[in-house]
Design a protein around this ligand. Sequence first.
Ligand SMILES: *Cc1c(COP(=O)(O)O)cnc(C)c1O
Length: 363
Amino acid sequence: MASRTWTINAVRIIEADFNRSADTHLIPLPLPALPGVHVYLKDESSHPTGSLKHRLARSLFLYALANGWIREGTTVVEASSGSTAVSEAYFAGLLGLPFVAVMPRATSPEKIAAIEFYGGRCHFVERAAQIYDAAVQLAAASSGHYMDQFTYAERATDWRGNNNIAESVFAQMALEPHAEPRYIVCAAGTGGTPATFTRYVRYRRHATEVVVADPEDSVFYDYYASGDCTLTCEGASRIEGIGRPRVEASFIRESIDAMVKVPDAASIAAIHWLQRAIGRRAGGSTGTILYGALPLLQRMAQAGESGSVVLVMCDGGERYAHSYYDDDWLRSSGLDPSPYLPRIGAFLERGVAQDWGVRECRR
Ligand SMILES: *Cc1c(COP(=O)(O)O)cnc(C)c1O
């Protein structure tokens, strides 16, 4: 009974965090050169822990509490490329639980600092593909709970509603000229966000298509095209938060309308263009999404089609000042945004059509 009392209080603490929070903004991106095409950014950087992973961490904790997997004193372990661990460290701190993040050594120092700020501990592995086994072992050694975002993201989030990201977007679009988006463009780390959007639009009987943009070092695009769930890749994605070295269970291939494969340097160019356009810095995955949306916007403009397109702004640029916004870092990482930047400007600012050089797949 004492343990039930603890669980009830833990759920209350998480619900109270939600109750104190405002919804994230939906920001219009003015594009006078593309009349009729209305683009919006769903700004997930304004969550208390700075990214869309705040939603996921809340859902994963509630799911684990409801299942009885987390109890008083349980050590919570997660395999993460960074953002999820930041948000989970925050919730573990609220509940007074020990938290260990298992991450690739290349994770940005800003994310490591954020995890430690919330009282979490970081455990590093050399290669991205090693995080899963290391997390299983650490959880077993501490009789703790491995949260396993890559398996549970798609089911921990209530895709029918409950103020998930999709329900929030549709509510905020209600008074816009084209309330039902033609496209929603997002990206996949766990695949939880795409799964929430794709299921929600079908359940609510919307015509909206959900398009997923994938970075270079990731198997999701090839898996989407081929259906081969045994695919793996060697390198870690340079676009933090998205792209995986193996097919994750939360990535629901059949639900996605189309995918686009975006060069990493183009993702960086897109966030640099966005900074000039709205005066705000976003993380790299927002650039992948923005660049991946360009062929869609161009086809709408060429067809004289008017409509709205919603892009997810997954996190802000604060955690990437020493990477995506640092010229020396970009040079040493072999990422040169300069060929892409003028083309993005030519199209979005002057309406001049471009060859985007991306692979697209529709199923
Ligand atoms: C996790 C993440 C994504 C992708 O979201 P999923 O729901 O895990 O697919 C995109 N951008 C950033 C910065 C992330 O951390």
